[in-house]
Design a protein around this ligand. Structure first.
Ligand SMILES: [Zn+2]
Length: 56
């Protein structure tokens, strides 16, 4: 876990999966560093692969 801006104490495991459409197509953003899918949180998006965080 890189970053250090705030602590992640609550996990919203279902949030990232809700970004998939009915046909299974990914609706969210890709990581600019490693092209993995970004996990969507209330005020930011994070990459679970490289630790990239994008604040909204
Ligand atoms: Zn990444």
């Amino acid at each position: 876990m890189a970053g250090g801006k705030g602590s992640v104490t609550k996990h919203e495991d279902s949030a990232k999966w809700e970004r998939y459409g009915d046909d299974g197509e990914f609706q969210g953003e890709m990581c600019p560093r490693c092209s993995a899918h970004l996990a969507v949180h209330d005020d930011r998006k994070t990459c679970g692969n490289c630790g990239y965080t994008k604040h909204q």
